[in-house]
Design a protein around this ligand. Sequence first.
Ligand code: NAI
Ligand code: MG
Length: 359
Amino acid sequence: MTQRIAVIPGDGIGTEVMPEGLRVLEAAATRFGLDLDFESFDWGCGHYLREGRMMPADWKERIGGHDAILFGAVGAPDRVPDHIAIWDSIITIRREFDQYVNLRPARLMPGVPSPLANRRPGDIDFLVVRENTEGEYSSLGGRMFPGTEREFVIQESVFTRTGVDRVLRFAFELAARRPGRHLTAATKSNGISITMPYWDERLQAIAGEYPEVAWDKFHIDILCAHLVQHPDRFDVIVASNLFGDILSDLDPACTGTIGIAPSANLNPERRYPSLFEPVHGSAPDIAGRGIANPVGQIWSAALMLQHLGRDVSVWQDAADAVLRAIEAVLAEGPRTPDMGGTARTADMGRAIASHVAQA
Ligand code: NAI
Ligand code: MG
């Protein structure tokens, strides 16, 4: 089966790490006999400056028929306001393609110094499941009497039964398939007195469908503290859009560098393509120097192989081979400067690709 991949490198280091993601995917395709067909789209801030929009008007038709989207990063904060760069690209794609799960694995990898003392590879291995289409990130609201003393601003949160239940179910299903069989939910029902008690109520109801999964819940503030102090206690964490956003930047901080963190934006029913991207942004401070860590992009490509292959073993073997190659190179080098090394982006990408080729 040919899998058609829409490739959107974006801006800044997005254009530097993407070639390494593709290099490793090509090595995996050759080694495991996978049929991947890539089509590249030059959407992002350059497109905005030329055409007045981040993506063409018919973007949905152009990539809606692909099997997956591999995304780099967007953002050119000195030339394009960030809320335009992000909302008119990645957030629009997530919403229009109903990618309601944002999945972010956090794992302490060999060779990556953890800021937390005495933690070794294997100690930290959890997944954050973030609701990705509703919750606190809604466009309902407005500003009245701007610039006057009476100025007031409102932004509503939206929690639908469908939206809450489906992300909770996804998280419980995931937990049920992992050896730990444990789920933690983030809440804040002591302070946010309408939506969060509703979230807790649905959690209780959906938990009843999964008696094999042990679960607990914490208010988001103390959950952040626990995550820093005891990241080894967590298995699957499920959270609303805002809380999941906060947790998913905290977890790469617990596991070393943001440069290696991957993510998947999933439409689990596969009515639309899912999107795979590193957690980091376009990193204008190091862009153009060829020193960005490509592992976040390459690991995201491995998540894409897992998703595309469903349960077909050769695709899972290919995804595993990419992960083992990442682990090997993180442990032995070459390493980019964010990990204390002197290697360039392409050195690390080539080393990972050659491990995959020998797998
Ligand atoms: P950022 O993730 O781009 O950079 C944060 C820090 O981490 C910087 O010091 C950067 O050099 C470093 N860093 C990030 N990725 C790295 C890598 N692969 N290797 C080595 N070091 C790395 O976040 P920041 O600075 O807040 O945002 C920069 C731009 O990216 C903004 O325009 C922002 O809106 C955008 N952004 C886009 C995202 C996306 O496309 N999904 C996600 C996050 C930010
Ligand atoms: Mg974030």
